[in-house]
Design a protein around this ligand. Structure first.
Ligand code: SAH
Length: 464
């Protein structure tokens, strides 16, 4: 090991930054965050450093560096500039046994600063031993994405129970086992998912009468998988998928997203195609309830957003009725994903003040829509499941006063590498569907915003 990682308490301690170059400003900010008293020794300050000095309680000494500047100092950082001899400062610091870091000059450093993922009081420090700061930055981005924002809050909460754990259990082994049980229960995940009150109560209960409330109940997490591109998953969706015991998924969920599941996770396909339900909804609901009652951590994965034409609400009602606990993670819905990847902004100050999401799916054999409300100026219409009734759709819109020249687009398999986009007008849209042989999933976008498509189109995949 080249370096020993340690965390140092600098609260109210004097730290000296020598040099006023721009590179000094993030270091000064870091020291301030750690509660240090900062003194900057520099003849001149760059605007970034000057701003920090103005805004915070930073002392600025504009005389040249002299070793006495390090009196009482606990830590030195040097941002080299033409007026600073880093070697001289480093030597003075080493003579006084003060840790010193010279930015971008590892040889003169007695300590190096890591890349930091800050979820205070939880902190992750990453170092490549000074070999490659860019690699450390990459690693940091990965860890950032992995660690829920509320880890800090969680740590604070758990900290409050530490002394109670000591009162409750005599040995450290017992305490450890108890904490492990808490971590394997739902309490932690509930807390991270925002059910903070519930989690705190459960923890409270657990410390009043250990083991009582920790029966491993399962739960269902309704997760939106987005429109296709796996990179459009939310961080929380990814975390849920990665930790699920069972994944119950639809046809619209991209295979690449299923790859994120644990190797030993059970995968249950309940895919639906228009008018051809592989499993009736009641049966899907029952599967979810049964799995959760077995104590499984179930992810119900749906294309797009589960609350937009996803029957998510119905599934939740059923879960509530059965007394099964749940959470919901939103996803990028097809309207948003397809519009963006096709180059069609759904609203625009010159073309559309509103956007309506409409189902083109027949209910009881009829397309019973409020046509008049759909035919409004400055409005974009987005039809989900509109393909099989495209002729009725376009006919009714015209009948209710929409101009036959109204621009319209078909976005097939939007956001995926097989995306195809076709534009026309509502007069020729049914013909366009026939000619291009577009298949579901296809989104129909109607409105003047479609006229921007040619100009704004940017996503041009080359297919498989
Ligand atoms: N809950 C989903 C919608 C499910 S309804 C969501 O929020 O996106 C299914 C319809 O969504 C399809 O018939 C199609 O019209 C549309 N759709 C979903 N994904 C799509 C995609 N990648 N490209 C085009 N249309 C899509």
């Amino acid at each position: 090991m080249e370096y020993l990682p340690i965390f140092i308490n600098l609260k109210d301690q004097l730290c000296v930054v020598v040099g006023g170059e721009k590179a000094a400003s993030p270091k000064i900010a870091l020291l301030l965050k750690a509660g240090a008293k900062v003194k900057v020794v520099a003849l001149e300050l760059s605007p970034a450093v000057a701003e920090l000095v103005d805004q915070s309680n930073v002392i600025h000494q504009s005389a040249p560096f002299s070793p006495q500047d390090l009196d009482q100092c606990k830590l030195v950082i040097v941002a080299e500039d033409p007026s600073v001899s880093a070697k001289e400062v480093a030597k003075a610091a080493q003579e006084r046994n003060i840790p010193v870091n010279v930015i971008d000059n590892t040889e003169l450093c007695s300590f190096i600063l890591p890349s930091i993922v800050d979820r205070s009081p939880v902190q992750v420090a990453i170092s490549t031993g000074g070999t490659s700061p860019i690699l450390a930055r990459e690693l940091r981005a990965k860890v950032e994405a992995m660690l829920p924002q509320s880890y800090g809050k969680l740590a604070t909460l758990l900290g409050r129970f530490r002394s109670r754990s000591k009162e409750l259990f005599q040995t450290s082994l017992e305490r450890k086992k108890h904490w492990e049980r808490i971590f394997s229960s739902r309490i932690i995940e509930d807390f991270l998912a925002g059910k903070e009150e519930q989690a705190q109560e459960a923890l409270e209960q657990e410390f009043l009468s250990p083991q009582m409330s920790l029966s491993k109940q399962g739960q269902v997490c309704l997760v939106g998988a987005g429109p296709g591109d796996p990179d459009l998953l939310t961080i929380r969706a990814l975390r849920q998928i990665q930790s699920a015991d069972v994944i119950v998924y639809d046809r619209l969920v991209a295979p690449a997203i299923l790859e994120y599941a644990r190797r030993d996770a059970e995968m249950i396909y309940v895919g639906k195609k228009a008018s051809q339900h592989v499993l009736p909804q009641e049966q899907i609901n029952q599967i979810l309830v049964d799995l959760a009652k077995e104590g499984k951590n179930v992810v119900r994965l749906k294309g797009g957003d589960p609350f937009i034409f996803g029957r998510g609400g119905e599934e939740l009602e059923m879960l509530i009725q059965a007394g099964v606990d749940f959470q919901v993670v939103p996803g990028v819905t097809a309207a948003s994903g397809c519009g963006t990847y096709a180059g069609i902004p759904l609203t625009h100050r010159d073309y559309a003040q509103s956007c309506v999401m409409v189902t083109g799916h027949l209910k009881k054999g009829e397309l019973d829509l409020n046509w008049q409300s759909l035919v409004q100026p400055m409005q974009t219409l987005v039809f989900y499941m509109g393909l099989s009734n495209i002729s009725v759709l376009c006919r009714e819109l015209q009948k209710h006063g929409m101009s036959p020249d109204m621009p319209a687009a078909l976005v097939e398999r939007g956001t995926t590498k097989n995306q195809r986009v076709f534009t026309g007008t509502i007069a020729n849209l049914p013909q366009l569907v026939e000619e291009t042989k577009v298949k579901p999933p296809t989104l129909v976008i109607i409105g003047n915003v479609v006229s921007l498509q040619k100009k704004l189109s940017w996503f041009h995949p080359t297919g498989d």
